[in-house]
Design a protein around this ligand. Sequence first.
Ligand code: ADP
Length: 609
Amino acid sequence: MQNIKKKIEKLKKNLNLKRTLGLIWSITKGKVIYTVLIMIMESLVFMGSLYVFKLLIDIVALPDRNEKYDLAVLYIIAAGIAAITLVVLSSLASYITQKHAFLISEYVDDKIHSIAIALDLSFYESPAYFNTLNRAKNAGPDRPSAILTNIISIVKNLMTLTVIGIALISINWVLMPLLALFVLPTLYVRLKFADKLYEWQIQKTPTERKSKYLSSLITGEVAAKEIKSFGLGHYIRSMYKNLRIYLLLEDLRINKKGITNEAVTQILAAAGVYSCIAYICLSALNGESSIGDIALFLIVFPQLFGIMQGLSGEISSLYKNNIFLSYLYDLFDLENKMKDPQKPVLISQNSPDLTLKNVHFCYPHANKTVLKNINLKIPAGKVVALVGLNGSGKTTLIKLLCRLYDPTSGAIKLGGENIKNFKTDDYRKQISVVFQDFVKFNMSVTENIQFGNIHEEADHDFIKDSAIKSGAHEYIKEFPDGYNTTMGRIFDNGREVSIGQWQKLAIARALYSKSQFIIFDEATSALDAKSEQEIFDDLREHIGNRGILVISHRVSAVKHADYIYVMSEGEIAQEGTHEKLISENGDYAKLFKRKKTIAANKTSENGAE
Ligand code: ADP
């Protein structure tokens, strides 16, 4: 009893239709009601035609049938009109349903994208998010419209069932409950099967994602060079195949169990149907039913069985669609931790300073403190440099400066105001970054640069100016289509350039932005020394009131900075000017003296050759 109660509770929870119906209603703007009305009309016409058919048979069975000839013709015409009406209504219904299904799919697809755009970066660094996204994408777009079709079919079938059921009860009342009893086990195993599929879907998502990842390594552009040069293709292919085989075998096992259980219940149902037929035939032989009744029974009974089976199918499919839709709601319900303040402060455009005060930081899904008590200042109009070994926390610090994460404790302030008090989008507009792993947009040169400030109309002179400053103009001017050239090799007529040339484009993008601060995270690492020097000279000259933060391993890129911070294991180990830091003989001096020695050794080796 307790078990059944639990099952009913679970069924109720999974069949939470309210949200889905609300969603459908809001997307179709209530027009879904037309589909429902048409389908109800369809059912009524169908039932009417059945009734006319019964009347016709009764006339044929009458001894004085010749006198009712006109009436019989009238019934035949009525049945014909009903048949044509049915075709028209069902075509209309299927067109409208398709239209709504299309609208709903588009909405869901777009909603998935808008959620992905709105979510904090922390989600993108958590496998749980990608599992949720994967499930939502797999389960998503068609489910709400499928649910709509399920509900309409259930209503339609129930209406038909009522009318035919009444006819059947008039023949013999036992037949209806008996038939229902035979169909119920099928419904039960289908619902159970849906639960199994749901659990399996959750369980298999990480493996499915891994197999997709492996496939993208083999088929995609990003890893192609290394896969081929290290000869990794067949190794990864066999890893992929093993995962797919595991998934396939488990899919087959679950499906086999589902099909077997269904087959058993179907046999039960068929036995039920034949028992009923035997029962009614015996009662006819006893003279307890009219010929009209028997004819009606033979027409109606198989239909009724079909409708009941259909109902069981629709209910289980409705249940399945609903629980799978919960994957979509899992995504819809994700909430950002960083929220805009109720009354955001306006950002000063008066060249404020950017400062970090006692900042500590630990990644949300990790427990190691990555930044410890950081105090740092990027004044307007100054170039500040940040150096440190790999893993010392420089990129993490940039993520905090861009407000992709909030500090665990301490504060980041712009012009003395905690950045949490600004609207996040407004604040982010103040910072433009050239990331170490910048994006190579396979789009036009103009778009690649314009993305630095997408909030305003493209300013083509400024785009060119930014490209000149970053050194990208040098090669863009050689393209026959100039700034309209598509970059990269993914699309037709795209132009591929070297990594250093891509980097110049990324720098142009940052320069095009109207932000008050620019951050270069190893942004000149792929440039030759001359290009790098030119960029920094130019920056110095045109810096104006902008604050610049440069992260680099090259002495040439940092030594002219106004102020330098040295990071070590998440802490600021040293700070000051280049001259001061070199004289201190600490981490900074070691870092650059070692580099100098390596460079000197290389030169002497080359000389010896
Ligand atoms: P740097 O840029 O100086 O090379 P990072 O800021 O990238 O250093 O990394 C600092 C530390 O933070 C490293 O120990 C690294 O393992 C850890 N870390 C970096 N990114 C993440 C992340 N997304 N989640 C958890 N830990 C991270």
